[in-house]
Ligand binder design. Structure first.
Ligand code: FEO
Length: 168
């Protein structure tokens, strides 16, 4: 049986994952507006990934007999100064998600809910990868000063990003 507190926190985290999807969709629209079409694609793939995270957690909640409580999704920010500003926000957001996943792991441990602790390991690993990818990209954007031919090259690389559902 899923402990009540874990159920509540999983519902909260499902909302946070859907909010992440919404935020990346908004960032993608901004990048499209400033003609960084490759980075707009990168954000679209990030949106797909966040939807996958939300659904993975939602399915787990239901599999454990938990009650799903879908909450309102907050309105995301929709204006940034430039591409570096966008990726600084992405990194800060992912760091915050990492923190909330860690809190969820700690809560599941306190509740002796070993199945949830085990389930969350995938998310713990995923956050390490997400933060590493984003901070590398942010460092490269800063290296080229967020403009010119360097930015053009990075945008072309970002256009290659695809989303494939990870094997379960
Ligand atoms: Fe679902 Fe980007 O963490």
């Amino acid at each position: 049986m899923l402990p009540k507190k874990v159920e509540q926190y999983l519902n909260k985290q499902i909302n946070a994952e859907f909010f992440s999807a919404y935020l990346y969709l908004s960032m993608g629209a901004y990048l499209n507006e400033i003609s960084l079409f490759g980075f707009a694609n990168w954000m679209r793939m990030q949106y797909e990934e966040e939807k996958f995270h939300a659904m993975k957690m939602l399915d787990y909640l239901l599999d454990r007999g938990g009650k799903l409580e879908l909450k309102s999704i907050a309105k995301p920010k929709h204006k940034w100064k430039n591409i570096i500003d966008v990726f600084e926000d992405v990194l800060a957001h992912e760091q915050q998600i990492t923190q909330s996943i860690n809190e969820l792991v700690s809560l599941s441990m306190d509740q002796r809910d070993h199945a949830t602790v085990n389930f969350l390991q995938w998310f713990v690993d995923e956050q390490v990868e997400e933060e590493a990818n984003v901070s590398d990209l942010l460092a490269q954007l800063k290296l080229v000063g967020g403009k010119g031919s360097g930015l053009f090259m990075l945008d072309r690389e970002a256009a290659q990003r695809k989303f494939t559902e990870p094997a379960q």
